[in-house]
Design a protein around this ligand. Sequence first.
Ligand code: NA7
Length: 546
Amino acid sequence: MAQAELDQGAHFDAIVVGAGFAGMYTLHRFRQLGMTTRIYEAGDDVGGTWYWNRYPGARCDAESLAYSYSFSPELEQEWEWSERYATQPEILKYAVHVSERFDLRRDIRFERRVTQAHYDDTAGVWRVATDSGDSASAPLLIMATGCLSVPNTPELTGLDNFRGKRYHASQWPHEPVSFEGERVGIIGTGSSAVQAIPVIAGTAQQLTVFQRTPNFSVPAMNGPLDPEFVRAFKSHYREHRDYHKRGLSSGFGDLEVVPRERTPMALTAANLSDEALDAICDSYWQTGGARFMGAVADALLNEETNRRVAAYVHRKIRETVKDPQTAEDLCPTSHPIGTKRICVDINYYETYNQPHVELVNINRSPIERITASGVQLADRHVELDTLILATGFDAMTGALLKIDIRGSNGQRLADKWAEGPRTYLGLMMAGFPNLFTITGPGSPSVLSNMLVSIEQHVDFICDCLTYMREHGYRKVETSLDKEDEWVAHVNEVASATLFPKAGSWYMGANIPGKPRVFMPYAAGVGAYREVCDRVAADGYRGFVFH
Ligand code: NA7
């Protein structure tokens, strides 16, 4: 692709960082407001997380009919998803289609990674620079940098000595990778690995999975979408979207043709016999997907309920996995179910019944070092042709803190967030005027269907900009008081749940030295939307305009 000219001292009404689903929708809406907008994107195409995460088996764990834009009824009617859970190539195709259908690409500069963004108090603009040498300014800066975009590569002794092929799940090559006849090792057993392992096992000669912590996984029950079902579903699309936005389901899908409130959310496990609880869990297990955590309303609130639901999944694992030791090693016991993102799989547990697939519990058999030809465990050496790191991300704050962001009076975001992220509504930080984050820490974000949350954030920002225009304001910021109040509220909501009991990436616990703060807002997209709507109706309470 021919490179567009560098921006040198260019000025826009808004600069957006990132051309994933958040950046693309922002650009579309800003155009409707008549604003000149520039997006800088590190990849050479749109798609964000779906551009980078190309590992085998990568697909969305939210259902395709729900994980899509709702802003254009024509788009949602004309786009055809082929499976219940879309694959990465299909989602990327959708992103490219949207960029073309709405003519977005002319305002996007690809292969430009934003390295710094400094607020100029005197001029009242953000000055932005990229690694390619662009320099541009705009009064408004939107960080659409994604929550899972900075890969975590752990410090494993000898990693660079490995002479075979090495990949990180989230930085997969664009060319096909063959495992035919190969001995493959994979480190990590989060969502990425749980999706990749059954697919890699399909062609590898030998697959060794190095597991530190097992995760709970529920079957996707994936399959092709029935055209008749899709037609009927689409005839109720507005009702579905409204239901997702109000959010008892945190914006995820619904399998009914006509959406309905699901009564089990009102059901707690206290008065349920074990048989009754099993029957409910069975029905959700058979239906498939992450909605399993919604089978009983207090599963993430009550330790005893959680223990009973976890025991149900342990039984499922033991029923599926034939080797008793492997089954025990796959049963998570160190965190309550759902407090780390639950995985959604296609034949994950079944894969361990194949003779050429081995699970190594590295708590029993620690990795001593990576060698030129494989992994040296405490008790033996595993020879490998290919080593895959499926070791996750510096989630939620990583992408923002990688950029040298400085607000009013030169305050560095890295200093402000040294003890953990602080925001008002997950949208704005005190001391950083006219800078909005999309799905940032302090918002429902990674606990929700990201498309629902992205559209809500961008719409809120656009309404706020319209309000500013109507009142002749040029600058919006928030105060430390409001930020303190919101951070306290986010913590209060989190502590009413079991989430803080897990050393999860929601807590920053997967990155050495990262402050342990529960980052997303756990009250759900419906409650969050109500808060934002009330704030807006109240003249944008908590925001200060000049
Ligand atoms: P995750 O969920 O963060 O999983 C990373 C995995 O890598 C997890 O099993 C980790 O074990 C493991 N890990 C990380 N560092 C090490 C080291 N040093 N040694 C051994 N094992 C390690 O990332 P994913 O990419 O799978 O999924 C992220 C999200 O993307 C997912 O939830 C979806 O929303 C999409 P640990 O649990 O830390 O012991």
